[in-house]
Design a protein around this ligand. Sequence first.
Ligand code: MN
Length: 248
Amino acid sequence: MAKQTAGRDQLGAFAPKFAELNDDVLFGEVWSRTDALSLRDRSLVTVVCLLSQGLVDNSFQYHLQSAKANGITRGEIAEIITHAAFYAGWPNAWAAFHMALEVWKEDDARDEKARHQREILFPIGEPNDTYAQYFVGQSYLTMLTTAGVPIGNVTFEPGCRNNWHIHKAAKGGGQILLCTAGRGWYQEWGKQAQPLCPGDVVVILEGVKHWHGAAKDSWFTHLAVEVPGQDAANEWLEPVSGEDYENL
Ligand code: MN
């Protein structure tokens, strides 16, 4: 969190001790203890505390803006205020919603991408233009290493998936997916699709026809480990049918 100076700016001359406590202790020490609780979580706690007191002044607006900057999405703030309404009072929730509407009105896909980036260790990187012809929807690829065992960080926007394909090799080969964020799907030809969550590992043997991608309503990232093989090459096949994907 950036150094806080609101206390000294507004009350430094009138109440220097209060200004010091505000800037150096509340913000300088408590808000800054991000190893104990993330900024996002601290924003959530603060917003709920303020709205439960019926405080919807400019300090509440400041904390809503911070909450958005700290990664709370439009969908999440709507859920937070709805939940809080039952405990903090219906009129307080109404008042909070009026201000949240203003703060989140320009929310868009860019914010969702930024939020997803905060969940993963490696950069989402650039649009995956090289392989775009083999994908439905928008994907992103960052090669983490191309030496020895190639490992790519692959991110899919909601609804994005690759075509059916086969990792071919004369000997060895195949692919391992290490799922790191969001929700997705993996399907082998002739089998049921499997849902994927962070922590899931998918071992794809050489020669197996399959596809992988995001769920309809979620960003999804996996590391793709290309298992070294002799004469390794990918064979790209037909897209997953829209009907099959929609019915998942
Ligand atoms: Mn694959």
